[in-house]
Ligand binder design. Structure first.
Ligand SMILES: Cc1ncc(COP(=O)(O)O)c(C=O)c1O
Length: 360
């Protein structure tokens, strides 16, 4: 079976080279005589795997020495609770920017543990833009500010880092980590579910500034304390070993392919091909305009539900899969993460042109 172009928002495409190495290593990793899935997480083989994964991630993102890297479970959704439980240390209050469904879920979870001020929202226009933020919105009587850097469902992203009045800035980077160059130092805590730009589902990456560790509320379950995981090098309990191994292969692939700067250049080119067509098409309309456009998730609609359905079904027959948009936006969405090939975007645009000509 030939591989398809999978536009799924996540789990998403992995580099073929990575899958081939995993295939080669399936029965025996190196000379170990066992699959990574069968190894003790405390053995020397797995130790070398997790150490290299962390070291490559540190190189890729130029993570400063005063930040800890954690390989956790529970998905980004568990971070919606871990962040307030660990960071609402002084004021039991945080500012959140509501830019989509995931931000709403983060807000709902944080509200269980403290006061949440929704500093700004773009809900009035179906989250199709990033609201303007001013430092005055972020009053100093709060423990942190939370943003969602890239909004997977609505296809928007923060292009500028908000001025948060010196408060610790926390970002959900699940759908954009490693896709564009950014400065880790601008953030106090970054988290990301792995299943879009990093590797298999089941792994969550957290990058946290050391001074924020160890201030959790008393009620925090042991497994949800950052201090427990930083203290044990992500090995407090059995971590998602196979997912960490694949993530490590992806980091190695990224390092060998020019790192994040090279990915960003490719991602900009890929996104430009699709946006350029959408801006000129008479049939397909982008749902986001201007500078807030995501490089990773590109939603578009025809305005006619039947036509959308026909397009999705005919695209699938051509090996262009996973294009159905989220139910809150409708239409289509092309998710084109790091590992998504440029030829796939060209194929999609070629098919859209043909479909437009045939259905005008
Ligand atoms: C921006 C963002 N945050 C959080 C999540 C939830 O992630 P998980 O399924 O890992 O809990 C997603 C999933 O798509 C997402 O895109």
């Amino acid at each position: 079976m030939e591989r398809v172009f999978n536009f799924s928002p996540g789990p998403a495409m992995l580099p073929v080279e990575v899958l081939e190495i995993a295939q080669r290593d399936m029965l025996s990793w190196g000379n170990s005589g066992m699959s990574v899935m069968e190894m003790s997480h405390r053995g020397k083989e797995f130790d070398s795997i997790i150490q290299k994964a962390e070291s490559d991630l540190r190189t890729l993102l130029a993570i400063p020495g005063n930040y800890k890297v954690l390989f956790l479970q529970g998905g980004a959704s568990t971070q919606f609770a871990m962040v307030p439980l660990n960071l609402m240390a002084n004021y039991k209050k945080a500012h959140y920017v509501k830019t989509g469904l995931w931000a709403k879920k983060a807000i709902a979870e944080a509200s269980r543990y403290g006061a949440v001020n929704v500093a700004a929202s773009s809900e009035d226009k179906t989250f199709s833009y990033i609201p303007e933020l001013k430092s005055e919105m972020f009053t100093p009587d709060a423990d942190y500010v939370h943003i969602t850097s890239n909004n997977t469902i609505y296809g928007t992203k923060f292009t500028d880092i908000p001025d948060v009045n010196g408060l610790p800035l926390v970002s959900d980077m699940s759908s954009c980590i490693l896709s564009e160059v950014f400065d880790v130092k601008d953030y106090a805590l970054i988290y990301a579910g792995a299943q879009k730009n990093i590797g298999p589902a089941g792994l969550t990456i957290v990058i946290i500034r050391e001074d924020l560790v160890g201030k959790e509320m008393d009620i925090t379950p042991t497994m949800l304390k950052y201090s427990i995981h930083t203290g044990e090098g992500s090995l407090y309990n059995t971590p998602p070993t196979y997912a960490i191994y694949i993530a490590g292969l992806v980091f190695d692939w990224l390092v060998k392919n020019g790192g994040v700067a090279a990915m960003e250049a490719k991602n900009r080119q890929k996104a430009a091909v699709l946006y350029d067509y959408l801006d000129h098409s008479a049939m397909f309309k982008p749902t986001v305009k201007g500078k807030d456009r995501s490089l990773m998730n590109i939603p578009f609609v025809t305005g006619n539900e039947e036509l959308d359905k026909k397009f999705i079904s005919e695209a699938a027959k051509k090996g262009l899969m996973g294009l159905k948009g989220h139910r809150s936006v409708g239409g289509m969405r092309a998710s084109i993460y790091n590992a998504f090939p440029a030829e796939g975007v060209k194929s999609l645009v070629g098919f859209m042109k043909q479909f437009e000509a045939e259905n005008a």
